[in-house]
Design a protein. Structure first.
Length: 764
């Protein structure tokens, strides 16, 4: 019977039901990393990415962009104090079931990518001579000059590179500890991000110096600012997919405008996509805001309209698109933010996509701010489903009304080395407001709610009184200390099972959590020791199920040598789940994990190489004695005399138990990147890449033989063409994926998918 269940599951997976994700063994510190998951013909409308780069932080949620069957999100990898990217995916399938990838304990066993080229800032004395931080200068006056003093012996200044808006430049003039760079062509007008990357003798990134400047034809010294200035970007992109059973085409247009209008600053953002349709929530985005600076950096007036993403509180409202109006009045010591609009639109349907117009009203009154030593805020949010006359078509969904209020306090002391935060919020949910407010007599007599009539009149101004409400609460406390080469963070969170905020629909409920994180730097930041402990309790206030305790402890050791030794990372973790289940059940009650990684950068002739090896194993105490092993290796080579970088990545994942045997998956990735700069005596650049991946899964247990192949080829190109003070950026990508194999000696149908995407962006 178990074999039949397993066989059916594998058949469903092979028949276009398994999301595909290629996990990068490592990512580069200080860079933006694009995470992509292909839902492989699964009818999924929304995918949420949960990620973090610091074990002491909770996973952050971000809605991924839908590009056909691909979902993408960009994650900025910090340049220091972090060593690993952890993430997982959450989505609802076509049958309405919530699923995750990885499927088993994604918070405990997420995807992991090592952050390499990380170096804690060394003590390096330097001075930026030109351009200064936040300086505005004429295009013809732009040049970079940095002077260094008493450079440590382990620093090789000749390896220094400059990064301008993400483009790497290595042909710098370095003489007498002074770095100079004059661009061959003028920079475009607008804001620019500059970054100097300094390396040690072992080719490890030792320090990053970053600052921002502005280029304008009218500088601050040339008189009054222009009445109107405009900068921004316009972009168009499209995707064409050929799948096993269907063909799909998508196109998107996006644009950003920003600049000055007399005394005001303005921003306009837009996204128009062919994927927008009336049976789903709105995918198009158009929003604008107008800002009037008053004095300093923290005093201003702001008004906005259209689509925007308000941030009130991580337990009340965050990371959701709202279509409506926003405003802010900030004086620094006293601030008020306000949002009003629509969280989602009405969809008339009898299926799971049906919904009402959900309106939002939210605000925050705060004393002090993120810039000050004390910040005290008061928050509120109301989200209400509008029950219109035609809602008879939505009988499968009840309209709801949600009110949340709360407060939070932040204390920042010792030059922000000591930060204390705490706060709480309470929620009221009316789960069925069909018919509107009940009369006062009905509430007091039928439901035996003992409130005065004046209180009733006041309460119904804030929430629909349609019955007995569900009341929940949440509160948190957090202390972080960054001193004496040690970063310590302790956090406590409680969210009741009845707590509900429509502004944070992904917030887990019915749990308590205590987390402790400590990261200690030793021997001039060559050695990092970290401990992370999470003590979780779920179903804390449930009347129908027993509480579940799920505790996790991780120990980590990382060595970043200043000499020519390899970097080493060791990690041990244990996950213990205490419930009524025991080791004779299929439920995992305890998981132990250990992983080791070693990386080395070295030069061979003119080749610059980075090698990463990793091995991890985990065991689960359950009836099947599940064991998983993972071996990975990666080599990246910069040819040196050619603008060519090659990469070879291999990983082997072995997982099995006493029932189904052992599944072994081997993955190989080959990639080549080519970049040509200064084409045809101009500042044009052309980048080209090609990668080929092979994946094979086998199980040789008698009666359960599996042999599945999944191969893909992807090629792409990027071209940057400066046009005076503007630039044109073009991209194209093609990918083809093939599937074949056998299950229980039965040949499976072979098929292939293909994707062609393009984008053109104009910056001015």
């Amino acid at each position: 019977m178990k074999f039949l269940i397993l066989l059916a599951s594998i058949l469903l997976v092979f028949a276009n039901g398994n999301p595909e994700h290629n996990n990068a063994i490592y990512v580069t510190a200080g860079k933006s990393h694009t995470i992509t998951i292909n839902m492989n013909n699964v009818n999924v409308k929304y995918v949420t990415l949960y990620y973090r780069t610091n074990f002491s932080d909770d996973f952050q949620a971000v809605q991924m962009k839908k590009l056909g069957f691909d979902f993408q999100a960009d994650v900025l990898i910090p340049s220091k104090n972090y060593s690993e990217l952890e993430y997982y995916f959450s989505y609802m399938d076509q049958f309405g079931f919530n699923k995750s990838n990885p499927e088993s304990n994604p918070e405990i066993n997420p995807y992991r990518s090592r952050i390499v080229d990380f170096r804690q800032d060394v003590d390096l004395d330097y001075q930026i001579i030109s351009p200064l931080e936040n300086e505005t200068l004429l295009p013809e006056d732009f040049l970079i000059v940095l002077s260094f003093f008493e450079i440590p012996q382990n620093i090789d200044l000749k390896k220094t590179v400059l990064v301008i808006d993400g483009a790497t430049i290595s042909n710098l003039e370095i003489e007498n500890d002074v770095i100079t760079y004059i661009p061959p062509d003028e920079l475009s007008q607008g804001a620019h991000n500059l970054e100097i990357q300094i390396f040690d003798n072992a080719n490890n990134l030792a320090k990053t110096i970053a600052w921002s400047i502005s280029v304008s034809s009218e500088t601050a010294d040339s008189g009054a600012p222009p009445v109107l200035s405009m900068h921004g970007r316009l972009a168009v992109n499209g995707i064409s997919e050929k799948l096993q059973f269907t063909d799909r085409n998508y196109s998107n247009f996006s644009g950003d405008l920003y600049g000055n209008l007399a005394l005001f600053q303005y921003k306009v953002r837009s996204l128009i996509t062919s994927q927008d349709n009336d049976t789903l929530q709105a995918a198009n985005r158009i929003g604008a805001e107008l800002k009037l600076p008053l004095w300093g950096e923290n005093a201003y007036l702001l008004a906005g309209a259209g689509d925007y993403t308000p941030e009130i509180n991580p337990y009340i409202l965050s990371s959701l698109n709202v279509r409506g109006f926003s405003g802010a009045v900030h004086f620094g010591f006293l601030n008020f933010d306000f949002s009003a609009g629509k969280l989602r639109r009405q969809i008339i349907s009898t299926g799971p996509n049906s919904s009402y117009d959900r309106t939002l009203t939210a605000g925050r009154l705060s004393f002090g701010g993120n810039h000050s030593g004390l910040e005290w805020g008061f928050n509120f949010m109301r989200a209400k489903d509008e029950d219109f006359a035609n809602s008879v078509n939505l009988m499968s969904v009840d309209p709801q009304d949600n009110l949340v209020i709360g407060t939070d306090i932040a204390l920042r002391m010792l030059n922000r080395r000591l930060i204390i935060k705490f706060g709480g919020s309470a929620s009221v949910l009316m789960s069925n407001t069909r018919g509107g407010d009940l009369p006062y007599s009905t509430l007091s007599e039928k439901f035996n709610i003992d409130i005065s009539e004046s209180t009733y009149d006041l309460a119904k101004k804030f929430i629909t009184l349609s019955g007995i409400p569900s009341i929940g609460y949440s509160y948190f406390g957090e202390v972080s200390l960054n001193a004496f080469s040690n970063y310590l963070k302790v956090k406590y969170v409680t969210v009741s099972g009845a707590y509900q905020s429509f502004g944070m629909p992904y917030l887990q409920k019915g749990y308590q959590k205590i987390s402790v994180y400590d990261n200690l730097r030793l021997f001039e930041s060559q050695i990092y020791l970290n401990v992370n402990a999470d003590l979780n309790k779920y179903n804390v206030d449930s009347d129908t199920s027993d509480p579940t305790e799920a505790n996790r402890i991780n120990f980590g050791f990382t060595y970043y040598p200043t000499n020519d030794f390899p970097s080493l990372s060791l990690r041990y973790g244990t996950f213990d789940q205490s419930t009524l289940v025991n080791d004779s059940t299929l439920a995992s009650t305890n998981t132990n994990m250990i992983r080791a990684e070693i990386s080395k950068g070295f030069n061979l002739l003119t080749f610059k190489n980075m090698v990463v090896f990793g091995y991890g194993t985990s065991t689960k105490d359950d009836a099947n004695n599940t064991v998983s092993n993972n071996l990975s290796a990666s080599v990246q080579t910069d040819i040196g005399f050619l603008p060519l970088i090659g990469k070879l990545q291999y990983s082997s994942y072995e997982s099995g138990n006493d029932i189904i045997g052992t599944n072994v998956t081997n993955d190989i990735l080959l990639r080549a990147d080519f970049q040509a700069s200064d084409l045809m005596a101009t500042t044009q650049t052309l980048k080209f890449y090609a990668q080929y991946g092979l994946s094979n899964t086998e199980n040789v247990k008698v009666g359960n033989e599996i042999n599945l192949d999944h191969n893909y080829l992807e090629i792409g190109a990027n071209h940057v063409l400066p046009i005076g003070l503007t630039s044109l950026n073009s991209n194209i990508k093609f990918r083809t994926t093939s599937y074949s194999g056998t299950i229980a000696t039965i040949e499976q149908p072979s098929y292939s998918n293909s994707l062609l995407s393009y984008s053109v962006e104009y910056r001015f």
